[in-house]
Design a protein around this ligand. Structure first.
Ligand SMILES: *Cc1c(COP(=O)(O)O)cnc(C)c1O
Length: 444
């Protein structure tokens, strides 16, 4: 472990003082670059996104066969996007702002199969691996009907292979449920933050849940070690996986089609702002890559993190990326936003997206709970705490005069803007747990 001279760091990067004080903080990256230039940092292209989208299409008949909730959408894992006008008024009152454009909620919280954004990347990587194995074994061709994979023969075939993953909860839920359904032997290494009900749900699906008293990085490292010892075991690496990232990135073209259908224009005069809760970075990074690929410089993405876990903010702001953790500064990485409880960001995502994400901000757990309660009251939508992190985005952006000026945005363009808060999880939270969240939020 590297030790850092915190005073020197603060001198060089003054906003670290806010992070250390666990204060709400925002940083607007001065180094963002035009998409056509910065896309080369990613090492992946539009062709890779299309390949992922095609793979998900091939698997749709299978998913529709084996998951009741995916049958309604014919096996396409996608979420609704809805206007939240009551919440918009409530946010204007709370923050003393005027959101002139449109405010929408992208409900990945209610994605089929596992009820979080991880139903994009996590499930995609399991499907990718299953396809590779079946093709390699010559059991299967790409133009076959993929619902064949639901047969006992394939389940028996996949049961000879193992899958392992480390998770704070939702990634484990997605990968565990999907892997077990295919027939894989799957282990989920759960960090101390992981909620009990997520572990129980996994065990009910026949998943091997390994519990740790440590945080996410330790759970991931242990999973990685276990997999190394066994050549039949495939480790899904949340910190480095390009496959996960591509699964998330398919969201961009799907979002484009949804906005087109609603007649919502995105261009230079009608900018798009997207607010994404960030843990290790794969989910928001992949989605932001897909969104930027569709809308180029007319889309502006922001990552939101808890004040106790601002790992991506810290990594990109200092340029130290995965070389520094929040714990290196004495920040504890303890947050009720379990999906975001990550102390060290993905180096792959940090580097890939360093010039494509407009800004980073933090908010407290109490604020997430408060927003959770507000959204339930105003719109009847119930989310888990992590999923509210994006909701503070418009407040930061609309008050950021210097940033808005730099982006050439005036009152007219802002009046034409669409703001999308990406709701990343909560659709499967048990009612008793949700009542506790709401009760807490109502008192703040
Ligand atoms: C995992 C997760 C995120 C963030 O995704 P990362 O890939 O970890 O950055 C956000 N919200 C919820 C609810 C999550 O489960």
């Amino acid at each position: 472990m590297t030790t850092f001279n915190v005073n020197e760091l603060v001198e060089k990067y003054p906003l670290i003082a806010d992070l250390l004080a666990l204060k709400d903080s925002a940083w607007f990256n001065p180094a963002i670059a035009p998409f056509e230039e910065a896309k080369n940092d990613v090492g992946l292209t539009e062709v890779d996104i299309k390949d992922a989208a095609d793979r998900l299409k091939r698997f749709a008949p299978y998913l529709a066969t084996v998951f009741e909730d995916a049958a309604k959408s014919k096996g396409i894992i996608e979420s609704e996007i809805v206007d939240i006008n009551n919440m918009k008024k409530a946010l204007e009152d709370l923050y003393g702002i005027n959101i002139k454009g449109r405010l929408m909620l992208k409900k990945d919280s209610h994605l089929p199969i596992s009820g979080s954004i991880k139903a994009r990347g996590g499930i995609y990587e399991v499907l990718h691996h299953a396809e590779d194995l079946a093709l390699e074994a010559g059991l299967f061709k790409k133009d076959d009907d993929y619902s064949k994979l639901a047969s006992p023969e394939f389940k028996e075939f996949f049961s000879r292979y193992k899958i392992a993953v480390g998770s704070t909860g939702n990634l484990g839920l997605s990968i565990g449920i999907m892997s077990a359904k295919l027939g894989f032997n799957v282990s989920v290494h759960m960090s101390a933050d992981a909620r009990e009900w997520k572990k129980q749900k996994l065990r009910a699906h026949g998943v091997n849940v390994v519990e740790y008293q440590n945080d996410y990085s330790v759970a991931v490292a242990q999973g990685r070690e276990e997999a190394k010892k066994d050549p039949t075991c495939f480790f899904i690496d949340d910190e480095n996986s390009k496959t996960l990232f591509l699964g998330y990135s398919v969201a961009g073209q799907r979002l484009k089609a949804q906005l087109d259908n609603m007649g919502i224009v995105v261009d230079k005069e009608h900018p798009l702002f997207v607010y994404l809760p960030c843990g290790v970075g794969g989910g928001p990074g992949g989605v932001a890559f897909g969104v930027k690929n569709e809308f180029k410089d007319n889309a502006h993405c922001f990552f939101a993190e808890p004040t106790h876990s601002p790992c991506m903010y810290l990594g990109v702001y200092t340029g130290l990326h995965e070389k520094i953790s929040v714990q290196d500064l004495g920040i504890d990485n303890i947050t009720a936003a379990d999906g975001l409880a990550v102390g060290r960001a993905s180096g792959f995502v940090g580097h890939a997206m360093a010039r494509l994400v407009d800004g980073y901000y933090t908010l407290s757990d109490d604020e997430m709970y408060k927003l959770l309660y507000m959204l339930s009251e105003e719109e009847g939508v119930k989310l888990e705490p992590s999923a509210l992190a994006g909701m503070k985005g418009p407040m930061y952006i609309l008050k950021a005069e210097e940033y808005l000026k730099r982006m050439g945005m005036d009152d007219t363009t802002l009046a034409n803007a669409t703001h999308i808060v990406w709701a990343t999880g909560g659709g499967m939270v048990p009612e008793a747990e949700m009542l506790k969240y709401l009760d807490k939020g109502s008192k703040l």
